[in-house]
Design a binder for this molecule. Sequence first.
Ligand code: GRF
Length: 216
Amino acid sequence: MSRKHVKRTTHDARRTTNIAVLASGNGSNFEAIVGAIKRGYIKKTCVKLLITDKEKAYVRVRAERLGITQLYINPREYNTGGAFDKKLIQVLKKEKIGLVVLAGYMRILTPVFVKKFKNKVINIHPALLPAFKGARAIGDAYRYGVKITGVTVHFVDECIDHGPIIAQKPLPVKKGESLSGLERRIHRAEHTLYPLVIKKISEGKVKVRNRHVQVG
Ligand code: GRF
């Protein structure tokens, strides 16, 4: 078998996975992940830190309440030549982070960062990729009139909302459903799917070959 065709497990299941969550907003996914670890649903995994680029993000209040160490990095202090991501890399290496979880993180990661953490950065997107990329996916899908939308968890690569897909949860749009009703159901689905994917990764059950991800 050539090197190119060897399937790579993204994680060594014998070790504890140190997670860093990167978030810019509300933080409901962050809380769902921390809760799943505290309940013992995800084992041998620890959220070592929350990193945010928004001083007033509500996710910081959640981190405080949940007793998770947090770090606010002010983008204005790191605004040249990928300095923000260099700072991120430095922190993540120091904390021995094995999995970077994006949860409503509104900055685009630099190619340098993505290369350094290849197949170690995951993101959740509130639509069935590759449809409805971007920051307004739920509303875009709703206004388009789709009958089925859903949630996608994927590895992060150099392009936005593009990396190999790990898992998807389809959700049919109900007859006469409001946008806010759909939003609520999408977020509920996220809070189940994201912890499930992290659990599988921590158990060494996620294997990647090119764009194809096998989840055992
Ligand atoms: C989620 O809908 C996620 O899919 C998207 O950003 C939102 C974050 O929500 N990437 P929260 O901050 O976790 O509540």
